[in-house]
Write a protein that binds this ligand. Structure first.
Ligand code: B12
Ligand code: SF4
Length: 511
């Protein structure tokens, strides 16, 4: 049976040159393809088309789809703002072959399965992670009398109604599914290389998180539910991969594909210090060459420094920490249900700044909370520049992603009518009483300007630490690109919010 996975042509950030966007290995597809190969061997012919990485547009995708003639097309809704493109894959597949079975999964479809199936001609939506589910679905497709009701953890179409089957427990033992070489070979591996900041190869040490922040879909997508259906109460659920399996994966990528630049997709890297220690021992023992960046919690950075692990992580190749600092005030943090505090953040950034100046310190933060004012945004900028002294910051407008508590707290009308393209973490979608969305973007620009123009940071363009130097240069190039964009669009660069802080079609999108 022929199974085709598609990542469609996607809109890209305006402020990054299209050819340089950070295409990372689509790890979810590697796991799904590996599971299929492990279960069915040569009985399934699996292909993956990653249009974004290969710069393939819709017309070429159509030709390739026709050429392959799949019985099953898988479209993976890995984010909300690209949902129209992921849905268009289903439309294209159906137009080419009305008998094709279209399967969908990924965070967006999983959180809004009925809505997704109403909008696009999809036969089945798989909920949460999919290694077991995809095998059972493909097995059913191969049967003369297929019966999707036997497959746990899906929503499928039966006539004009949608049927939700019994929930599927999360995979208890993650070592059952490992990414295989056969699956990696289905991808254009040479294209996943560092270009924009942290491009490279994605790796996973764990799924889920110990936190349950109100805005975060990392934990909610991989949560354990109390009951059945979309209204069931969810609980955080962290599962950790055995170290040996992770080391095998790193070794394969290192030795066979020459990959040395990694991005850990774990919502929080290294929750268990024993795991980190074993990982570091293995990296040394197996002489794995790597540079890596990871999402890390500030309280764990402080803990790892105490345990002597941070030094070892840096020695092993840690070059950038992405820390969810979110806000300057602990009340705001409480509202966000964040369990770290400003004290953790200040201490973690102090440790990084004073002991590991070679590590790029990135703060992820939220702007546009419902009570935001110019003054609270100014305070956040001040906090990032002075108290934390971050290298770079990503101030994202707070965005309600499906599945999060924040999404559920939005009025039903809003949820029904929101344009998915706007749910992009770039342009604010939550109304703020005292500020317009444009004012929020402008105040966000002010934060960036303040950070970039700090006098003591300017010389870092010539820093002796290579990654500090290249990160700085990258940000200055971005600033140049923004200036160029705004001149082209005849906008005041300072006011260029929509043309800069938005996404649009790359040149190859339609071709
Ligand atoms: C790496 C990553 C990126 C990379 C690229 C994506 C890539 N190639 O992997 C980069 C940095 C470019 C990126 C960008 C963005 N990202 Co991103 N990204 C991630 C991240 C950290 C890891 C993805 C991953 O590999 N997960 C691990 C694999 C194993 O899981 P998975 O992909 O979900 O796959 C499993 C299931 O979904 C399921 N499944 C999927 N499809 C199907 C289909 C079938 C049939 C079945 C059975 C199962 C199934 O099975 C898979 C295996 O178990 C996730 C968070 C996370 N930890 O998942 C955010 C995440 C997906 N990103 C997110 C967002 C919002 C974005 C941006 C829009 C942010 C922005 N504005 O800057 C941009 C979009 C850019 C663009 N132009 O597309 C959100 C999506 C939330 C949402 N509802 O929209 C996430 C969840 C993070 C968050 N903020 O909460 N991202
Ligand atoms: S924001 Fe960070 S700590 Fe909070 S749930 Fe998400 S990944 Fe976990």
């Amino acid at each position: 049976m022929r199974v085709l996975f598609v990542i469609p042509p996607l809109y890209l950030w305006n402020y990054i040159p299209a050819a340089e966007d950070n295409f990372l290995t689509p790890l979810g597809l590697v796991y799904l393809a590996s599971a299929l190969k492990q279960r069915f061997g040569r009985d399934v012919d699996v292909r993956i088309i990653d249009c974004s990485a290969e710069h393939i547009g819709w017309r070429t995708l159509e030709q390739r789809m026709r050429g392959f003639g799949p019985a099953v097309v898988v479209t993976t809704f890995r984010d909300t703002f690209n949902a129209p493109d992921h849905g268009r894959v289903a439309e294209l597949a159906r137009a080419i072959d009305p008998a094709v079975v279209v399967l969908a999964g990924g965070i967006h479809a999983s959180e809004l399965p009925e809505d997704t199936m109403t909008r696009w001609p999809i036969d089945v939506v798989a909920l949460q992670e999919g290694e077991e589910t995809i095998c059972e679905l493909v097995e059913q497709v191969g049967r003369r009398r297929r019966d999707f009701s036997k497959v746990k953890g899906i929503v499928y179409r039966e006539g004009d109604r949608f049927v939700r089957t019994a929930p599927r427990p999360l995979i208890e033992d993650l070592s059952l599914f490992s990414p295989s070489r056969e699956a990696y070979d289905l991808l254009p591996m040479h294209l996943y290389r560092p270009r924009y900041m942290w491009g490279g190869t994605t790796v996973e040490g764990s799924r889920g998180c110990i936190g349950h922040c109100k805005f975060c879909s990392f934990w909610s997508f991989m949560s354990r539910a109390d009951g059945e259906g979309p209204g069931a109460k969810r609980h955080p659920c962290l599962r950790i991969r055995p170290v040996g399996q992770v080391l095998d994966q790193l070794e394969l990528l290192n030795r066979h594909y020459g990959k040395e630049e990694f991005f850990w997709v774990d919502p929080t890297f290294g929750v268990d210090p024993k795991w980190t220690e074993e990982l570091l021992d293995g990296i040394e023992r197996r002489r794995i060459r790597m540079k890596f960046s990871a999402f890390m919690r500030s309280d764990m950075i402080v803990r790892d420094e105490r345990l002597g692990l941070l030094q070892r992580l840096v020695d092993a190749g840690l070059w950038m920490t992405l820390v969810g600092v979110e806000r300057a005030s602990d009340e705001d943090m409480k509202w966000l249900d964040k369990s770290t505090t400003a004290q953790h953040d200040i201490e973690a950034f102090r440790i990084l700044r004073t002991r590991y100046p070679q590590v790029v310190r990135m703060a992820l933060c939220m702007i546009g909370l419902p009570w935001e004012t110019r003054e609270t945004m100014r305070q956040l900028g001040e906090y990032l520049a002075s108290d934390l002294d971050v290298d770079v910051a990503a101030p994202h407008p707070i965005t309600p992603f499906p599945g999060t508590e924040l999404w559920r707290s939005m009025p039903e009308e809003w949820r029904k009518n929101v344009d998915f393209r706007d749910v992009n973490m770039i342009y604010p979608v939550i109304p703020v009483e005292g500020m317009t969305p444009t004012e929020i973007c402008l105040a966000g620009n002010d934060i960036q300007k303040k950070l970039m123009l700090r006098l003591r940071h300017l010389p870092k363009v010539l820093s002796r630490h290579e990654r500090q130097r290249s990160t700085r240069r990258h940000f200055w190039l971005l600033a140049g690109k923004i200036l160029y964009n705004s001149i082209r669009h005849r906008e005041n660069p300072y006011l260029a919010t929509r043309s800069t802080w938005a996404t649009s079609k790359p040149p190859w999108y339609d071709i």
